[in-house]
Structure formats: structure tokens, C-alpha cells
Design a protein around this ligand. Structure first.
Ligand code: F6P
Length: 329
């Protein structure tokens, strides 16, 4: 059923690193808002656009033909000025002048930190949608872009496996994830990696030689070690360098997958979940929520206060860490 509430016009922005599915979320926000009789303003370049009034009106047709596209039609940025009280004051004045009375922020925990501080200072509600390939936000099982990035990594690692097997090589493949190991752990299991090195197992597996050997390295024609970029031992190049004298019989190569993990057409899962979250964020604003993130837990939409989403740590599933070890024998 349509809801009008007190709100007349809302803004939507994407902030931090882009993630495939952000466009589907922008579409979800825009069309749900229009359905409910609201005007919608796209804020370009993340928080920077709030400070410079980089606003565009979004009609239903503005978000046609974008659900399948990676990146973000609104552009994104990491904005230092919004971290300052002066920057946030400018943002508030610009929002007031444009008569925007609620904002949907699609981004990661850094973006939610800015939104939370803003909502402590100003009575203009911000609601967040988790958008990051890292899947590292507490309170939600899912973040927009993670599924696409994971599938991109799996495809790339499968290709590396082909050439690794052909040459009997050992490959260290570095994947993204910032401080978290979700992409590494899940892609490692999905590609049958011999070892997976993630920040969450810090302290558990720091005899790198023994850890890598536990994947029965010498008996296999190819060996893949997935390294999360945030691991304290360093990236894939650093780890390969540390262990190369322990595996003198192996021909070692390193591959850093990099930003190709952030691009591409979103998977069906990312499109559907981003659409659900876009819809839920507008509903939350209409219900007078503020300073909360909409997330998905056990396949249900949930509301999580920014305070929790930012402060609490989301851990990887330890059963999967054990499973990966067993299956690499
Ligand atoms: O947070 C998303 C992410 O892609 C991380 O996985 C990665 O560490 C970081 O962003 C890269 O950021 P940038 O695009 O600024 O290099």
C-alpha cells in the first residue's frame, strides 16, 4: 500500500568503493519512492555531492536500463570534507535548500560512520544500504556486490587453475576484501584451493610452510593458495617471497586480481537483493527511521542501527574455515 508520511522528497547517493548491484539499488529506491508519491534526487559523487549540491532529479525513466550494469550511475567518492563539522554543515544547508527530507546512503561502514555522525548533529534522517564487495558489515548476511565479486574471482581462479595444472605450478592468488576474508574464504572453497590465508585466522596458521603443506602440496599437479589482501603477513607477493625457499621444488607464480573484482554485470542474486534493499530503505524512511541500515539476515529484511553495524565485528563462519582445511587434503 502507498504511504505518504511527512516526507515529500528524498535523496540517494553511493559512497566508498563501487559495487556491482549499486545501480539496481538506486533503481529500487527511485521507483519505490515514486510509487509512494515522493520526489527523488540523485546526489552525485557521494558525500562530495552533498557539499557541492551536485543534485539531479530522478524520474522513473532515469533508472531504466541500469539494473544489469556494474559501477554506479551516480558516481562515488571517498570525501574528506564530510568528515569535518564545516563540511557537514554545508551538506545540511544544501539538503534544506533543495527541500530534501531524507537520504539513502548506499555504501560500506566508512559511509555509515559519516551518516551516523550527521544524524547525531542534524534532524534529517539518513538510512543506509550495505554496498561493498567485501561483505564485512555486521548485522547483515549480505552486502551488495559481494556475490558478483565472488563469482568473478571464482571464474578467474578456475582459469589460473588450468594454466597452473598445465605447468605443475604453485600459484598465490591475491583477492580483495579490505580487512576481511569473506571473498578469499568462499572463493577458496569454491575453487578447491589448497590453502586459504585470511586475516580472521591470524595466529592460527602462522607457520606458513606447515599450513600450506597441510594442503598436500607436493602430491598435486597444481597448487592454489588464495591470499586475502588484508592479511597481516602481507599480500600474495610478500607471502610467496617468504615461503619460496621452503618450496624449492615448486615453480611459483603470483597473481593479484585487483579491481576487476569490482566490475561487471551484477549476478541475479545481487540484482534481486539490491532491489529488495532499495525498496526497504525507502520504507524505513517513510516509517520515520533514522541512523539505521537495512540489511538481509536469514533472507529477511532487518533494520540495524548504524551504531551496531559500524562498531561490531562480523566474523567469518569458523565451520567453513575447518571445512576448507578438510577438503584440501
Ligand atoms: O572496500 C571495497 C574495496 O574494493 C576493498 O576490497 C579494497 O581494499 C578497496 O576497496 C580498494 O579501494 P580503492 O578502489 O580505493 O583502491
Amino acid at each position: 500500500m502507498e504511504k505518504m508520511g511527512r516526507k515529500k522528497k528524498i535523496g540517494v547517493l553511493t559512497s566508498g568503493g563501487d559495487a556491482p548491484g549499486m545501480n539496481a539499488a538506486i533503481r529500487g529506491v527511485t521507483r519505490t519512492a515514486i510509487y509512494n508519491g515522493l520526489e527523488v534526487v540523485g546526489i552525485r559523487q557521494g558525500y562530495q555531492g552533498l557539499i557541492t549540491s551536485d543534485f539531479i532529479n530522478l524520474e522513473s525513466s532515469s533508472v531504466s536500463d541500469i539494473i544489469q550494469r556494474g559501477g554506479t550511475i551516480l558516481k562515488t567518492a571517498r570525501c574528506e570534507e564530510f568528515r569535518t563539522p564545516e563540511g557537514r554543515a554545508k551538506a545540511f544547508n544544501n539538503l534544506k535548500q533543495a527541500q530534501i527530507d531524507g537520504v539513502v546512503v548506499i555504501g560500506g561502514d566508512g559511509s555509515f560512520t559519516g551518516a551516523r555522525i550527521f544524524n547525531e548533529e542534524y534532524d534529517l534522517p539518513f538510512v543506509g544500504i550495505p554496498g561493498t564487495i567485501d561483505n564485512d558489515i555486521y548485522g547483515t548476511d549480505y552486502t551488495i556486490g559481494y556475490d558478483t565479486a565472488l563469482n568473478t574471482v571464482v571464474q578467474a581462479v578456475d582459469k589460473i587453475r588450468d594454466t597452473a595444472s598445465a605447468h605443475n605450478r604453485m600459484f598465490f592468488v591475491e583477492v580483495m576484501g579490505a580487512e576481511a576474508g569473506f571473498i578469499a574464504l568462499y572463493s577458496g572453497i569454491a575453487t578447491g584451493a589448497e590453502a586459504i590465508i585470511i586475516p580472521e585466522t591470524r595466529g592460527e596458521a602462522r607457520d606458513l610452510k606447515a599450513f600450506i603443506e597441510s594442503g598436500n602440496i607436493r602430491k598435486k599437479s597444481s597448487n592454489l593458495i588464495i591470499v586475502a589482501e588484508g592479511d597481516e603477513e602481507g599480500g600474495a607477493f610478500a607471502i610467496a617471497e617468504k615461503v619460496k625457499c621452503d618450496f624449492t621444488n615448486c615453480d611459483i607464480r603470483v597473481s593479484v586480481l585487483g579491481h576487476l573484482q569490482r566490475g561487471g554485470s551484477p549476478t541475479a542474486t545481487d540484482r534481486v537483493n539490491a532491489s529488495r534493499l532499495g525498496h526497504a530503505a525507502v520504507e524505513a524512511l517513510l516509517d520515520d527511521q533514522k541512523s539505521v541500515m537495512v540489511g538481509i539476515a536469514n533472507d529477511e529484511i532487518v533494520l540495524v542501527p548504524f551504531r551496531k553495524a559500524i562498531k561490531l565485528h562480523k566474523d567469518v563462519d569458523r565451520n567453513l574455515v575447518e571445512l576448507a582445511k578438510i577438503l584440501s587434503l
